[in-house]
Design a protein around this ligand. Structure first.
Ligand code: PNW
Length: 460
């Protein structure tokens, strides 16, 4: 077997988000978020789970950083809970919340782990939802900018890698289209409006960082999620359908960032439901990312709807009737607990598609991982045939893309720990480290030990 080396300086990290791990939902002055409340609505979350306690990272962060250090991670991606530092989303600052993140950052740096900080990973302050209509209100971009200003001011002396938004596609589609995530709205117009305000909010925060905080010499970008779409057949209609699906998924957010406008195919198909960028907005959004943040998990076959009208669409498709695309999985593909298929070559193909379309940006995979309901047997979780095999395959895909010239600069495993998997609750475990939700004891799974070795050697 040939050894697959990764480029020197390749960044190996693991990732989490605030609501999924912190707990301490109402402690030390934190305000409620839309997720705190969404979880109280009956039947929205599997088993009625919620993030009230999470994995109590709020109290155990030193232990958690020690675990990262022992597993060799050089970077840690986490998010700041907006309502922990600004309980009402604007105005008054909660100094105890600031102190928590400040201590976490210091602890990471003391252990030679670079903090990669996401400003928004879905826990919007409830007051902004109730009083201001959340992401549907154009004023949100000013509130987000002020919140970003606070974070750059308090943490920017030590944090050099910022991600404004995590997965605006999920916020728009699952939060405002399908209603599966907070704030639970169902609509075929609101997702496009929310997305527009998300993009402008991102761009204003980046502009602020590059002007007011230029002296901090950090990098800032956005993280988008995208599955790969492989044409079901090599018929022209299916090839076009797969391309159209990618433009509705990733192009929706990445085209504005790289080209200053939405993809032509979205404008054609959506007409007035797709907002237009003003000249000023377009100027602000274009070029607003120092790197291409990508969260990637799975792949589906895409066919033209007319070609394959009976296809069984299983989530992840966005608003399919807007795209005229039908999606299917190969019955031979292994599925995770989320029903996401394991397709390592899709990861390679997507990286190459991004490199081609966006002119070879520096790419960081900011999430990639495998969900299952792990079990502890004799004090150990052996995930070598499930999660570990997934990581190995996907990292081989990454390595191939790098060999083909793709500028992939780093990789963050999702997730460092088992945690609250949103609407799926605690049953779908993504962690490299097992968490016993009764005792809150953390135990490295086989995949965590495999990562430690991989990082040490920097090769597969
Ligand atoms: C991402 N989809 O969520 C999030 O960034 C994480 O917080 C989450 O735990 C992880 O992936 C696993 O789910 C997604 O429907 C949720 O395509 C849904 C989708 C994609 C990503």
């Amino acid at each position: 077997m040939t050894m697959k080396k990764f480029p020197e300086g390749f960044i190996w990290g693991s990732a989490t988000s605030s609501y999924q791990i912190e707990g301490a939902h109402d402690l030390d002055g934190k305000g409620p978020s839309i997720w705190d409340v969404f979880c109280t609505v009956p039947n929205r979350i599997k088993n009625g789970d919620n993030g009230n306690i999470g994995i109590d990272h709020y109290h155990k962060f030193k232990e958690d950083v020690a675990l990262m250090k022992s597993q060799g991670f050089k970077a840690y991606r986490f998010s700041i809970a907006w309502p922990r530092v600004m309980p009402e989303g604007k105005g008054k600052v909660n100094e105890k919340g600031i102190a928590f993140y400040s201590d976490l950052i210091d602890e990471l740096l003391a252990n030679d782990i670079q903090p990669w900080v996401t400003l928004y990973h879905w826990d919007l302050p409830l007051a902004l939802q109730m009083e201001e209509d959340g992401w549907l209100n154009p004023k949100i971009s000013e509130y987000f900018k002020d919140y970003a200003d606070l974070c750059f001011d308090r943490f920017g002396d030590r944090v050099k890698n910022w991600i404004t938004l995590n997965e605006p596609w999920v916020v728009s589609i699952l939060g405002y289209g399908q209603g599966a995530f907070a704030p639970g709205r169902k609509s075929n117009t609101e997702p496009y409006l929310a997305a527009h305000h998300l993009l402008v909010s991102h761009a204003k925060a980046v502009d602020l960082y590059r002007t007011k905080y230029a002296h901090q010499n950090g990098a800032i970008g956005i993280t988008n999620n995208c599955d790969w779409r492989e044409p079901l057949t090599d018929k022209k209609e299916d090839v076009e359908a797969a391309e159209r699906a990618l433009q509705f998924f990733l192009g929706w957010f990445a085209d504005p960032v790289y080209f200053g406008d939405y993809p032509a195919v979205m404008k054609e198909r959506l007409g007035e439901r797709l907002p237009e960028f003003t000249a000023e907005e377009s100027r602000l959004v274009k070029g607003s990312s120092d790197f291409f943040g990508l969260n990637h998990y799975t792949t589906m076959y895409a066919a033209d709807e007319a070609e394959n009208p009976q296809a069984n669409i299983k989530g992840n498709g966005g608003i399919s009737e807007d795209q005229g695309v039908s999606l299917t999985q190969d019955p031979d593909w292994t599925l995770t607990a989320m029903d996401w298929a394991v397709v390592p070559w899709g990861c390679r193909n997507l990286l190459q598609w991004i490199a081609n379309r966006y002119n070879d940006p520096s790419i960081y995979i900011t999430e990639n991982g495998f969900a299952c309901d792990d079990e502890m047997v004799n004090g150990q979780v052996d995930d070598s045939n499930t999660r570990l095999a997934y990581y190995k395959g996907y990292l081989e895909g990454c390595h191939e893309a790098i060999s083909n010239g793709v500028n992939l600069k780093g990789y963050f495993a999702w997730s460092m720990f088992d945690n609250f998997e949103w609407a799926h609750g605690y049953g779908s475990r993504f962690g490299l480290n097992y968490v016993d939700y009764k005792t809150l004891v953390r135990t490295p799974k086989a995949s965590a030990l495999w990562f430690a070795d991989l990082i040490k050697k920097n090769q597969l």
